[in-house]
Design a protein around this ligand. Structure first.
Ligand code: DAH
Length: 339
């Protein structure tokens, strides 16, 4: 029995040493100490030993068992340590490596220009509002004193949804909403998308953006309009910018004007940018037509107002010296990244 135990211990020690997985260790354990295990069998055979030898041999078996269990435990622990070391090595993170910079994109030139225009007019006490892109004919045309036979109302120029509804062709429709929704004094700036049945080219697009301005109060004159737009031009295009008002016609303003700014590229002497004229057209404006005020239940004998409409893309193209409007819509990252 003594030899049998000694041989078992030796063999087991070798098996443990050759094991490289926890599963193998478990197999060894079961083969020895399981129900049908070798050591279990030896323990069972203790009853056949002479009673006087039992304590001694029993002790021997217990010692052998304890030693084998200890060896198995130690081997298991070592194995776990090795597995952990291997895992740590494989998953090592070098916290000193430079990190990847997140790509946060760029502001679109339209947005930069819009925020600049808004900043200027907020500084002058204007409130920013918006109106719907889908409008009734009334808001886009009729209330703005645009007659039913006006060429702008042609289906060639306007996207109609049905007989009454259309995609607004101008942000001037927001003037009517503003005057319907609040009482003078009114001082609003309303940016938004507009739609026209135009073919795409370097200066046209079926969808673009305008910024509408409207002021209505007692005693508002053309001088207020001139002063306001001169201030805007200076802030937007530089302190030395001059403005020129050219008489024009819009159905919803009387008198009406188009406004040019002195070319900020050549200062007015004439260059490729201003096509040699020294001036660049930037917006339309005028004194709100009395009939438009009346439509909104504002008494033209008590109140007067001025309005203006700026093409946002036009401002962005001028400000950033972009020569093709299509670049603003293609969203080519190589282009947008420059702003
Ligand atoms: N709505 C005009 C357009 O789309 C621009 C405009 C001109 C707006 C004169 C105005 C204005 O408010 O007073 O061409």
């Amino acid at each position: 029995m003594f030899e049998q135990l000694a041989e078992l211990q030796k063999r087991t020690a070798e098996q443990i040493a050759n094991s490289d997985t926890p599963e193998k260790l478990n197999e060894i354990k079961v083969a020895l100490l399981g129900k049908k295990g070798e050591l279990t069998a030896i323990m069972k055979s203790l009853k056949d030993v002479a009673p006087e030898d039992r304590p001694k041999i029993g002790q021997m078996i217990n010692d052998a068992r304890a030693q084998i269990e200890k060896a198995l435990d130690e081997a298991a622990q070592n194995m776990q340590k090795l597995v952990m070391e291997k895992k740590l090595k494989a998953e090592v993170i070098d916290v000193t490596l430079p990190s990847k910079k997140p790509v946060i994109g760029h502001r679109h030139p339209n947005m930069i220009a819009l925020e600049e225009v808004e900043r200027i007019f907020i500084g002058l006490g204007y409130e920013i509002t918006e109106g719907p892109e889908i409008e009734k004919d009334y808001y886009n045309f009729e209330a703005l004193n645009i007659p039913a036979d006006h060429p702008a109302k042609d289906e060639q120029d306007t996207f109609y949804i049905n007989g009454e509804m259309l995609l607004r062709t101008q942000t001037s429709s927001t003037q009517i909403h503003a005057m319907e929704n609040s009482k003078p004094p009114i001082r609003i700036l309303a940016p938004g998308r507009v739609f026209r049945a135009d073919e795409v080219d370097a200066t046209h697009s079926p969808s673009f953006h305008q910024i509408e301005g409207l002021v209505v109060d007692k005693g508002i004159t053309f001088a207020d309009l001139k002063g306001t737009l001169a201030e805007f031009a200076k802030e937007m295009f530089g302190e030395d910018t001059k403005v020129k008002f050219r008489p024009h016609h819009f159905p919803f303003t009387e008198p009406s004007a188009e406004v040019d700014v002195s070319c900020f590229k050549c200062g007015g002497s004439g260059c490729r940018f201003c096509k040699g004229s020294g001036w660049i057209e930037i917006l339309g404006c005028g004194m709100v037509h009395p009939r438009v005020l009346e439509k909104c239940n504002i008494d033209p004998n008590e109140y007067t107002g001025f309005a203006f409409g700026v093409g946002l893309e036009r401002i962005a193209l001028l400000k950033y010296e972009i020569d093709d409007m299509r670049l603003l819509y293609e969203n080519d990252e190589r282009f947008l990244k420059q702003f």
